[in-house]
Design a protein around this ligand. Structure first.
Ligand code: NG6
Ligand code: CA
Length: 498
């Protein structure tokens, strides 16, 4: 009997120790932070000490990519392991869109859940919520809970899109049932002021393009909403609120393996950082929002240190698309940019086919496991995070849905310098980078967008660049290397045909 009990005890001990050994995973996903925006990537115009700390204590990638030059498709691809461009309806979504990831579909979260992790998402969602016609006053489902998240605290779409409320575990936070909330993306509600009709009510900043509809907290947004006054967010407090929720998720789950997807609002528009960051960067609200982002990163790292979880937590920091200066508000971003180069040495930015559209900061920290203070030039794509993290936690994954995801675990952990063979970059259409070659097939549309004044990479001709000699994609050598053009065109065609 004694023997049997000690055998049982041994079993319990054995299983609990494997459980405790499973490292936590945190993805910090910035919004619109460019390759050159963090001081660890070389800018001298701004100091981002917490991201620097991540680079010092971990691995910095120089050739890591999000999948698309805008948010929704990048986030869709990140979570599902399928390129968003394979699927209709995965462009930048309005704030009342239905959820675009099917309920029950495998995601990074559900893989981690299957591995016994507690899973949470905090921050910007922008993947649609609920169905087509939803009542925001009731449970809004489907949501993160249907694709593998145990906990969610969301900005439903973006900071510049209504509804301007948080949604926690399917419910709008702080809603008063006597003041129901209504959302409409087609027409305004009678008597509601808008940024267009009532510019005198815009106390924080004026809109430059778009963003001329419902006014919340002195800022006009995209879309119309009415009611829900007690639930409206205060932009200045947003980083504090969501960072607080992310920290709490870590604290609540410190005794078990957890996966946290922490998607900041910073540094997307509207850039309305907390007063303690205002004026601190000398670059106006965009720079101040960067400092606020960096502060959020520090809060996560500090929490892991304080709870003695750092050695047992893999932290990944990246961004959903490249940088943009004027994204629709008069917020001094253009005027106060100075010498700062948000895209670093690369051309373009958010919305662009050029490198800066999708080449983003990518830092990996896992003290004692991932080499500290190292740089990796391996090509890595966020599309591979699903397969790579599945590998990390010893799970198989659904290769019929996560069709584009492949494990590069050794690359992610800095054990190998070999990354992807090629990177597919998506901005309206597909471009490809293989080795030092970058191909942008001919495309219609303006070379520079009128509103954001950013370079799109559109050209009527085929563009081929040698990124080694021309990182800024200025010298088109397509006519000199027809065989390279053919090879790269074939890669795109084969990817499309998959
Ligand atoms: C654009 C918005 C831009 C931003 C972007 C989405 C206008 C004119 N511009 O349509 O301000 O919200 O969508 O950004 O409305 S993203 O990072 O979420 O992809
Ligand atoms: Ca974005």
């Amino acid at each position: 009997m004694l023997k049997y009990t000690s055998f049982l005890l041994l079993l319990v001990l054995a299983s609990s120790s494997t459980y405790a050994a499973r490292p936590n995973v945190v993805i910090i996903y910035a919004d619109d932070v460019g390759y050159g925006d963090l001081s660890c990537y070389g800018t001298a115009s701004i100091k981002t000490p917490e991201a620097e700390r991540m680079a010092r204590e971990g691995l910095k990638f120089t050739s890591a990519y999000c999948t698309s030059a805008t948010c929704t498709p990048s986030r869709y691809s990140l979570l599902t392991g399928e390129y968003a461009w394979r699927k209709k309806g995965t462009g930048v979504l309005p704030g009342d869109a239905a959820m675009i990831i099917e309920s029950g579909r495998e995601t990074i979260a559900s893989v981690m859940q299957r591995a016994g992790y507690k899973t949470g998402v905090v921050g910007k969602w922008h993947l649609g919520l609920g169905g087509e016609n939803k009542d925001w006053n009731k449970a809004v489902t489907p949501g993160p809970g249907q694709i593998g998240f145990d906990y969610s605290f969301l900005i439903p779409a973006t900071g510049d899109r209504v509804p301007c409320v948080y949604v926690e575990n399917d419910h709008v936070v702080g809603l008063d049932s006597n003041d129901p909330i209504e959302v409409n993306y087609k027409q305004n509600f009678t008597g509601q002021p808008t940024g267009k009709a009532n510019p005198e009510l815009l106390t924080k900043m004026k809109w430059h393009h778009g963003h001329d509809m419902t006014i919340v907290n002195g800022v006009s947004r995209i879309g119309f909403m009415k009611g829900g006054k007690s639930a409206l967010w205060v932009d200045e407090d947003m980083a504090d609120v969501i960072t607080g929720k992310a920290v709490k998720f870590i604290e609540d789950n410190k005794a078990q393996p957890f996966f946290l997807y922490f998607a900041t609002h910073d540094i997307h528009v509207p850039r309305v950082p907390h007063p303690r960051f205002v004026g601190k960067s000398g670059m106006g609200p965009r720079g101040d929002a960067l400092l606020e982002f960096d502060w959020s990163v520090g809060q996560i790292l500090d929490t892991l240190d304080r709870l003695k979880l750092s050695e047992n937590t893999l932290v990944i920091l990246s961004s959903d698309n490249g940088p943009v200066i004027n994204d629709g508000y008069y917020d001094d971003a253009v005027e106060k940019l100075g010498d700062h180069k948000p895209a670093g040495p690369f051309r373009g930015g958010k919305y662009s086919k050029f490198e800066a559209g999708t080449r983003v900061p990518f830092l990996v920290r896992w003290p004692g496991h991932v080499p500290a203070n190292q740089t990796s030039d391996a090509m890595f794509s966020q599309i591979d995070l699903l397969a790579t993290l599945a590998d990390f936690v010893g799970q198989s994954y659904n290769t019929t849905t996560a069709t584009d995801s492949h494990s590069y675990l050794d690359t992610l952990l800095g054990k190998s310098e070999t990354g992807r063979d090629y990177i597919i970059e998506h901005a309206g259409q597909l471009s490809v980078r293989k080795g030092d070659w970058k191909l942008i097939p001919p495309s219609q549309g303006p070379a520079v967008t009128a509103n954001t004044n950013s370079e799109t990479g559109n050209a009527q001709v085929t563009q081929l660049y040698d990124l080694k000699s021309s990182p800024w994609e200025s010298e088109n050598v397509a006519s000199k290397h027809p065989e390279v053009v053919k090879d790269l065109e074939a890669i795109i065609a084969a990817e499309r045909a998959k």
